[in-house]
Design a protein around this ligand. Structure first.
Ligand code: NAD
Length: 508
């Protein structure tokens, strides 16, 4: 019997881990900004010092080229850390608000940014380093403690993370648990202050059920079928290159990979010829021989993809179609003229198969998109502003990228996340900080008796006179009805109340 690459944590270890991070959070140890800053710097060093080891693990797990590992996992994670380091004080700062009229005098209103607490981060296999460490950036920046559960499907990366995290991060606050379903289930039995899950929608429902037991807040980063609209008048050469990039990066095993193409019969011919050229330029005539092209993660997913292709009844394979189980290789494959309700259109493809669906016009494309679940991203290739706006105004999706693929993921100024079945909540940049932060509304009032005469209006015994004054103070005249008197009536009433208060005090 061969020894497994990845050692799973025992029940006792998991109990101890959950308890430790929960106690550490309660002690307030992770709250100071100095601590958070140091941990973020350490996380950056973890990636930087171990670039080769991380790239090797990713190669062994997914045959991911060093170029893809560096660009798609390591630099992107380091940039998230850099962004958090630059903005940490700004994001964590209390925000003072201008109180409404009734609280205007003697009151301070503050939005305090407080860490949610001890959090659980559950990561998937397709970007096993980036999708494990990036949520952790948000958790550290927000002042939380965290348990990270990497995916067991990519054991080399999971094993390496379990070795590196305790060497670089404070292991009273940040710990890794490795395991499969039973171990994750045990983790989910604990009461967490937030759960951040990235993966498929079926497991997301299990996570949500577990979170519901304790009313724990959730971020769900899921997937779905992300469509691409190709306008007849788009530059087909550029569009094809960008679609090929999005579909072949990590062999199409990307949550935001273009899932299928919507185009008219007129556009199809030009687009297929541009696709052929783009595949040839990037991977040569035999993509299996290309060192740049990745592999399917395991036999289960290889078989799932082959079955999808075999059980799909309609369409013609116009590019690719080759597969080799021993090498977990599936060629980039384009299937033209696929029928809308065929097998390939039933579930997220999550691999290098690309169906082309014919539409009669843009309205037909929009109708088709709207007949399916809201996707994680919607891609549009067009320079026609009217057409782009029409699509934006009449569809829904987690995000939109016009005239490119994947690049929105690396944009830290934009929140990244899905909507409906493609996810709940978002992260990246400031949104990562916000995902792990509770905004605690804090109102501070003075105790001076000066305001009492105005405030005393709310106390019993209730009188008709007080009711009229309170109404005048509390009820706002809508903007469209406001004249000069309505604008200043509240201030006039306050001055009168002060006057009465002053006169009474002088008499005493
Ligand atoms: P996976 O199989 O690695 O599962 C994800 C995590 O869930 C793992 O840590 C795993 O241990 C855990 N898990 C699996 N079954 C479980 C169960 N029954 N109970 C509790 N935990 C369980 O990854 P996956 O789900 O195959 O990931 C692929 C999916 O994730 C795709 O749908 C993809 O679109 C989506 N995804 C989304 C994003 C995003 O950012 N929105 C990123 C990557 C992947």
């Amino acid at each position: 019997m061969t020894t497994p690459i990845l050692q799973y944590n025992t029940k006792t270890e998991i109990e101890q881990t959950a308890l430790t991070v929960q106690q550490t959070f309660k002690s307030g140890y992770t709250r100071p900004l100095k601590f958070r800053r140091h941990q973020l710097e350490q996380l950056w060093r973890l990636i930087d010092d171990n670039t080769d080891a991380l790239c090797d693990a990713l190669y062994m797990d997914l045959r991911k080229h060093k170029y893809e590992a560096t660009l798609g996992e390591l630099i992107t994670a380091k940039e998230e850390i850099n962004d958090a380091l630059v903005h940490l004080e700004e994001w964590a700062r209390d925000e003072q608000t201008t109180p409404s009229f009734i609280n205007r005098v003697g009151t301070t209103c503050i939005k305090r940014k407080e860490p949610k607490g001890a959090v659980l981060v559950i990561a998937p296999w397709n970007y096993p380093v980036y999708l494990a460490l990036t949520p952790l950036v948000g958790a550290i920046a927000a002042g939380c403690t965290a348990v990270l559960k990497p995916s067991e499907v990519t054991p080399h990366s999971a094993k390496l993370l379990a070795e590196l995290v305790p060497r670089y991060l404070d292991n009273r606050a940040f710990m890794v648990v490795n395991g499969g379903v039973p171990e994750t289930t045990q983790l989910l039995d604990h009461k967490w202050d937030h759960i951040f899950y990235t993966g498929n929608g079926t497991v997301a429902k299990i996570i949500m059920k577990a979170a519901a037991k304790n009313l724990t807040s959730l971020t769900l980063e899921l997937g779905g079928k992300s469509p691409v609209i190709i306008d007849e008048n788009a530059n087909m050469t550029v569009a094809a290159k960008r679609v090929v990039f999005g579909k072949t990066f990590n062999a199409g095993q990307t949550c935001v990979a273009p899932d299928y193409i919507l185009l008219t019969a007129k556009a199809e011919e030009k687009f297929i010829s541009a696709l052929k050229q783009a595949f040839l330029e990037m991977y040569g005539p035999d993509p299996q021989a290309s060192k740049d092209y990745g592999r399917i993660v395991n036999t289960r997913h290889f078989k799932r993809l082959c079955n999808l292709l075999m059980e799909n009844k309609s369409g013609d394979v116009v590019i690719g179609g080759q597969a080799d189980e021993n090498d977990l290789f599936i060629a980039p494959t384009v299937i033209a003229n696929v029928e809308r309700d065929d097998k390939l259109m039933k579930e997220e493809i999550f691999g290098p198969l690309l169906p082309l669906i014919r539409v009669t016009d843009i309205d037909d494309a929009i109708e088709y998109i709207n007949s399916k679940d809201e996707p994680l991203v919607l891609y549009i290739f067009s320079t026609n502003k009217k057409l782009v706006n029409k699509v934006l105004d009449s569809t829904r999706s987690g995000g939109v990228l016009v005239n490119d693929t994947l690049m929105h993921v690396s944009e830290g100024t934009l929140p990244f996340g899905g909507t409906g079945p493609s996810g709940m909540g978002s992260y990246h940049g400031r949104s990562s900080f916000d995902a792990f932060t509770h905004v605690r509304s804090t109102m501070i009032k003075g105790l001076s008796p000066v305001m009492e005469s105005a405030m005393a209006l709310r106390y019993a015994p209730y009188t008709t006179r007080n009711m009229s004054i309170a109404k005048m103070l509390l009820e706002t005249t809508p903007q469209f009805k406001r004249g000069f008197l309505q604008k200043y009536i509240k201030w006039i009433v306050v001055v009168l109340l002060f006057g009465v208060h002053y006169a009474r005090n002088r008499r005493l």
